[in-house]
Design a protein. Structure first.
Length: 162
């Protein structure tokens, strides 16, 4: 899998992958799907947006941006989306690893995830494997598509340890 900065030509495929995760209602906080116009603007506004391609097709992506401003602006946040047919093939691990190095390259000191849904077992296992630290549990912090609530588990990774 080749991971690189996104290009305008990647936007339709990336929006489809992003929207697949949004529509599932199990991981991203967003409820509104991206359109062709909003996707390009959204991806362009990030500190870095990656497109991951395999055999000439976009199969995954991530966005990286500050988690806060000012005195906390050295902490970044990221979101990852993998096309459903590519899940379970270590695409997520490649994305997160690439993202950690890109975040450090951009001068961030910490990568923080605000809302890892507690029943997202693959993400939790991956973050543990890669050395992320869990910060605790926020009960009912995520409203799922079906209206039920799931706990969230914030995580962080100290990029100075890379």
């Amino acid at each position: 899998m080749n991971i690189r900065g996104f290009e305008k030509k990647d936007v339709p495929a990336m929006a489809d992958i992003w929207n697949e995760v949004v529509e599932a209602g199990q991981a991203f906080p967003q409820e509104e799907k991206l359109t062709a116009e909003t996707a390009e603007r959204f991806f362009s506004e990030q500190s870095f947006t990656a497109a991951a391609e395999e055999n000439g097709e976009i199969v995954a992506m991530y966005i990286l941006h500050p988690n806060n401003v000012g005195r906390c602006g050295h902490i970044c946040n990221a979101s990852y989306a993998v096309r459903s047919d590519m899940r379970g093939k270590h695409a997520g691990e490649q994305l997160v690893t690439h993202c950690l190095h890109k975040a450090k390259e951009l001068g961030f000191l910490v990568l923080q995830f605000n809302a890892v849904v507690a029943d997202n077992a693959p993400a939790l296992a991956l973050y543990k494997k890669l050395g992320f630290v869990q910060l605790g549990v926020i009960p009912g912090g995520f409203r799922k598509k079906d209206g039920s609530y799931a706990d969230i588990i914030p995580h962080y990774f100290d990029l100075r340890k890379l």
